[in-house]
Write a protein that binds this ligand. Structure first.
Ligand code: F1P
Length: 579
């Protein structure tokens, strides 16, 4: 899940790479490094810490040269430290690589290389790539051939970039990890995602599985792993650089929460024409995803069962291969903001192997998940930078609503969400009172259950407060024993068919001294609550869009009040490319 970027052209490579790494930091941020080739040889600097911390202290931008590669790490093999940070070099220090992925047979290869006299300076799996290329070159191979034959020895996943002292060429390749080539004018780039290259180009070629490329300032050549040249059509994206910047907000997350009221128009306009027949013709629907996207899946399950009368299983992607049995009559719907989540990819490969049809919803055109799918609906959320998904979640909901209610006028959704943001100051106050709490419970019923789960996940992810969500009726079957005086309970209680049941649940909580914060448009619920945040609108079907943004704000302000950077929560990453 690390972020990698490479540049070759006439610009100042270190500066371009440093800027790109700042954008890629959401992919991992425990250590960082850059290597450039200068007239006086390789200059490599790396260290433990976040991108700016390390970049400023090691003065990345003072590095010369117009070709280089950089990396921001999310540790898998070896603790975060300077030695384990990328780039890694071979024994001569002239061959440098960066890698994202996991090499499963690295120990075996490392032992073999050690037997041939190679000395390693890190505990990482990645370092072996530099030594394998060194071996290949020693045996007389050209760099590119040595790179390809090294990669062919690897089991596992990689997006890798290679630079060799004295060569004005970058070599890149991928297998099960994302890598996109950016085509500029007199300069070319490669990176883990497009946003890191937006300052230079909007024309991209996402590398396919087991594909490689050689980048020079004047052009890029694409190859299969067997070394056969490939023709690739670039795709143009209309994302702007501002979309990937904070735009005056203190954090990306806050900007992205506010952006929802704009991007929802785009998501509601997504092209679902080819997805509709797939759903109507499907005998069985399986929907699969991870994290926040899984909560969107649960919403689809509720809606499709209730309103389409279709049986639909929603399964966490990492579990899907173990507990699902798709066949050629099954439509598998995958939801993923990044389009790169390894668990979701594996679930889809499994489903594909069983003959199922695949429809995917993702925000990233050309991503791995789009390539394994029969049909794709793009979410049109614009780039999402903060690790915690916010606007991509509501975009997913918007697209799912379009799929379930083709005839319904959904145009009120963006303004409804916009209106719900007016509770921001009140939410900030509430979040400060949560700061010292240990456990927080979220309750809902019906369509509010996936929203309650998402509210709890957001709080956990970025404020490190322990939060759990339950359907209101489940409380008495166990969790009620945890309610004691002062325990906060967030009750999602829109004025719909669940309202009286929720009223009962709120009473149960308050009878035990629990502190109820409700999100509601019902007077009765408001009267029974310690604090009632008013939600706008009256259409029960749209209530999820009236509740989600205040819950995102609650998590955001709880995080900020604890002094945490909500954009970079510990141990997490935005694009989870390991299983
Ligand atoms: C799934 C997910 C996100 C979460 C975090 C880690 O990603 O769990 O929901 O916010 O960024 O990954 P995806 O499959 O939707 O890209």
């Amino acid at each position: 899940m690390c972020g990698i970027i490479g540049y070759v052209g006439n610009g100042k490579a270190s500066e371009i790479i440093y800027n790109g790494l700042r954008t890629l930091e959401y992919r991992g941020y425990d250590s960082v490094g850059v290597v450039v080739d200068t007239p006086s040889g390789i200059d490599l600097r790396k260290g433990k810490g976040m991108v700016e911390e390390v970049g400023d202290s090691l003065d990345f931008t003072s590095m010369g040269g117009s070709i280089g590669i950089g990396h921001t790490r999310w540790a898998t093999h070896g603790v975060p430290c300077k030695e384990n940070a990328h780039p890694h070099t071979d024994c001569t220090g002239k061959i440098a690589i960066v890698h994202n992925g996991v090499i499963e047979n690295y120990q075996e290869l490392r032992d073999e290389l050690a037997g041939k006299g190679h000395k390693f300076s890190s505990e990482t799996d990645s370092e072996i790539i530099a030594h394998l290329v060194e071996e290949g070159k020693k045996s007389g191979k050209e760099t590119f051939q040595a790179f390809l034959s090294s990669l062919k020895m690897l089991k596992g996943s990689y997006a890798a970039a290679l630079l060799v002292e004295g060569e004005k060429k970058l070599y890149v390749a991928r297998k099960n990890s994302p890598l996109v080539v950016g085509l500029g004018k007199g300069e070319n780039l490669a990176a883990s995602d497009m946003t890191a290259m937006l300052r230079h180009t909007r024309d991209f070629v996402p590398l396919g599985e087991m594909e490689a490329a050689v980048l020079e300032p004047r052009g890029v050549a694409f190859y299969s792993m067997d070394g056969n040249e490939l023709r690739k059509e670039p795709m143009h994206v209309d994302w702007s650089t501002e979309m990937a910047e904070k735009g005056g907000f203190p954090h990306f997350m806050l900007k992205e929460i506010h952006d929802q009221k704009h991007f929802l128009y785009e998501s509601l306009a997504a092209d679902v024409s080819r997805a509709h027949p797939l759903i109507s013709n499907a005998k069985k629907i399986h929907i699969t995803a991870c994290g926040t996207s899984y909560h969107a899946s649960l919403m689809f399950k509720c809606l499709s069962q209730k309103f389409l009368g279709k049986d639909c299983d929603a399964t966490i992607a990492s579990e899907y291969p173990f507990i699902s049995n798709p066949d050629s009559n099954t439509l598998v719907i995958a939801i993923s903001q990044s389009g790169e989540t390894a668990d979701t990819m594996r679930a889809l490969e499994y489903a594909r192997g069983k003959g199922a049809k695949i429809l995917s919803l993702t925000n990233v055109a050309g991503s791995s998940i789009t390539r394994i799918s029969d049909e794709v609906v793009l979410l049109n959320s614009g780039p999402e930078v903060s690790v915690a998904a916010t606007k991509t979640f509501t975009s997913q909901l918007a697209v799912l609503y379009r799929l379930v209610f083709p005839g319904k006028d959904l145009s009120a959704i963006p303004a409804l969400l916009g209106k719900s943001l007016e509770s921001e100051i009140e939410i900030k106050r509430i979040s400060e009172s949560l700061r010292e709490k240990r456990d927080i419970f979220f309750l809902g019923r019906g369509l509010s259950v996936p929203i309650a789960m998402e509210g709890a996940l957001k709080l956990k992810e970025i404020s490190y407060l322990h939060a759990e969500a339950y359907p209101g009726g489940e409380l008495k079957h166990g969790p009620l024993s945890l309610i004691e005086p002062g325990v906060p309970v967030i009750a999602l209680a829109p004025n719909d068919e669940t309202v009286y049941k929720m009223l009962g649940n709120i009473k149960e909580v308050r009878a035990r001294g629990g502190f109820v914060v409700s999100f509601t448009n019902s007077r009765e619920i408001a009267k029974e609550s310690d604090i009632a945040v008013e939600i706008p609108g009256s259409d029960p079907l749209l209530a999820p869009f009236a509740m989600i943004a205040p819950l995102q704000l609650l998590a955001y302000y709880a995080s900020v009040s604890k002094g945490i950077n909500p954009d970079r929560p510990r141990n997490l990453a935005k694009s989870v490319t390991v299983e």
